[in-house]
Design a protein around this ligand. Structure first.
Ligand code: GAR
Length: 224
């Protein structure tokens, strides 16, 4: 594994649900493919499976209840200030959103500018938001995929780091398509984290330049 770092990159993973992307990151770290350590796994859902995964692997799990913040005019920002405090307490260098179903505010986005990533199950900028596998099917797309991007204020809008494409098959349902995309998510998210750990990601406007990348310029997938 080539890395310019001597100490592992300190990560926090924010997750609301099942946490399969979190698991892919944990596995990649444990197998030595990613030079990082997860300093905290944070959820806005008390019963998130992601928090169980944290405990199974002896990692710090933190539930931050949104309820005490509800009802105030700055509830979302106040919630993010509480998260930021936790991230700073754990000296987090890179924040990963992994099925984190809450919109992050500028409080977090600005504190972690170009140091916060998200994974999204579409080939952005097509289909931001929710239910995107169904939207790709309904549109009649022949290819779908997933995107790892840096997080900016606009939802699913930040500079793209890696994408992977999969074919859409005639008999696909949103569920079968989501499962095919998820396999790729689990590959590209750890890869993006390792590129960050190797200090190979440089943001130039909307573009993320990957130092030492050697794309061959050929199409690597077509739908048939
Ligand atoms: C993943 O498919 C991820 O791309 C998606 O939620 C799922 C979480 O699964 N995220 C979004 O739609 C964000 N806009 P996981 O909890 O098993 O990682």
């Amino acid at each position: 594994m080539s890395s310019s770092r001597t100490t592992p990159l300190r990560l926090a993973v924010l997750a609301s649900g099942r946490g399969s992307n979190l698991q892919a990151i944990i596995d990649a770290i444990e197998s030595g493919q990613v030079n990082a350590r997860i300093a905290a796994i944070v959820s806005n859902k008390k019963d998130a499976i992601a928090l169980d995964r944290a405990r199974t692997h002896g990692l710090t799990d933190v539930f931050v209840d949104p309820k005490p913040f509800a009802g105030r005019p700055d509830s979302r920002e106040a919630y993010d200030r509480a998260l930021l405090e936790i991230l700073q307490q754990h000296d987090v260098e890179l924040v990963l959103l992994a099925g984190y179903m809450k919109i992050v505010t500028p409080v977090l986005v600005n504190a972690y500018a170009n140091r916060m990533m998200n994974i999204h199950p579409s080939l952005l900028p097509s289909f931001p938001g929710l239910d995107v596998q169904k939207k790709a099917l309904d549109w009649g797309c022949k290819l779908a995929g997933c995107t790892v991007h840096f997080v900016t204020e606009g939802v699913d809008e930040g500079p793209i780091i890696i994408q992977a494409a999969v074919p859409i098959l005639d008999n696909d349902t949103p569920e079968t398509l989501a499962a095919r995309i998820l396999v790729q998510e689990h590959k590209i998210y750890p890869r993006a984290v390792q590129l960050f750990a190797e200090d190979r990601l440089h943001v130039d406007g909307r573009r993320v330049v990957i130092a030492g990348a050697k794309p061959d310029g050929e199409a690597i997938i077509s739908s048939i």
